[in-house]
Ligand binder design. Sequence first.
Ligand code: G3I
Length: 356
Amino acid sequence: MIDRRAFLAAPVALAACGSGEAAVVPIERPVPSLKSIAPFPIGAACMTGQLSDRVWSNLVSEHFSQLTADWEMKMEYILQRDGSFRFDAPDRIAAFARDQNLRLFGHTLIWYAQSHPWFEALTGDRARFAAEYDRYIATVAGRWRGQVVGWDVVNEAVSEDGQGLRDCVWSQGLGGIDAYILRAFEQAKLAAPEAVLFLNDYNLENNPVKGATYLRLVERLLKAGAPITGLGTQSHLDIDIPAGQITVFMRELAQFGLPIHVSELDASLRDDGRLPDLRPRRQRIERQTARVAELAEAFMALPRAQQFAFTTWGVRDIDSWLRRGDKDDGQDSPLLFDAKGGANPMFHAAANAFAP
Ligand code: G3I
């Protein structure tokens, strides 16, 4: 006789099998809606190709309240070689967000990694470069004015090793690193005065040197009058960093009193491309859930006014940039949901941290 309480407590089911013995198999217990239990928006990166995917859209409807365009709101998609603009894809994402009552987050206006021939041809003519720079920001940041709740105005200004700042086509064209960053924020504020304007970067938790350089940059830009009104930490987590590192950085980030966006969370089970990782998967998942839990708890500990949004860089593992290209081993599970829409262990790590 099966004890009903025990049966209901354990998410298992009985399945008949040949021997007449009842086999006990795990059943998927319904998971809570993440956006319902979190006291702040839950975001996800998206592409137009996902909008008609039933599994994807059901997960977004159930768990998310904000979307970020993975790449189709970037210069690489919008700016054409002749200096013209195309907006078909980002307009579809904006329309989907509006129709589904989802917030829309703009990513990203100016990024060192998205140099463009149109601008490279102008680096010798500062006046023209500046005019085109301003035109690009005004056109793009102004297009969804009133719908986009925030913009990553400048992305990844700090060097990979965190020892300094990146020189790039923008600093070359405008006469310096602070010059391009300040100008971008000033132009974005003119174009989208209601939007929260973010300086966004990655590896800030993973690499304390880089985190410290980012914080010094924020301090310097704010002192110079940059209208930075939000701070974005991408949180592409390295699951092998020491416990506590994330918490320390989040506390330091909060010192400016500005809204904070965990803007691109994923937590690869791979190890710096050292494939196949030799440690058992179970151990790597334990490390992953521990770091995701730490990030979610650190975000929960912020004052509500500083909890802008908690965004994952995709919905399902198969949607992740980490599951594309030659480094993909088909095994990585860096996001909240598996290909079928089942909740991964890191979903539960986040949900447990967000639950009231
Ligand atoms: O889908 C098109 C395909 O139709 C076309 O033939 C092909 C050739 O150009 O491009 C394909 O689009 C690619 C897109 O990913 C979808 O796969 C783009 O070229 C490619 O540039 C784009 O890469 C994105 C990358 O940023 C550069 O924009 C990744 O998806 C995106 O996840 C990644 O995201 C970045 C954040 O913006 C900043 N932080 C780091 C993060 C990960 O690198």
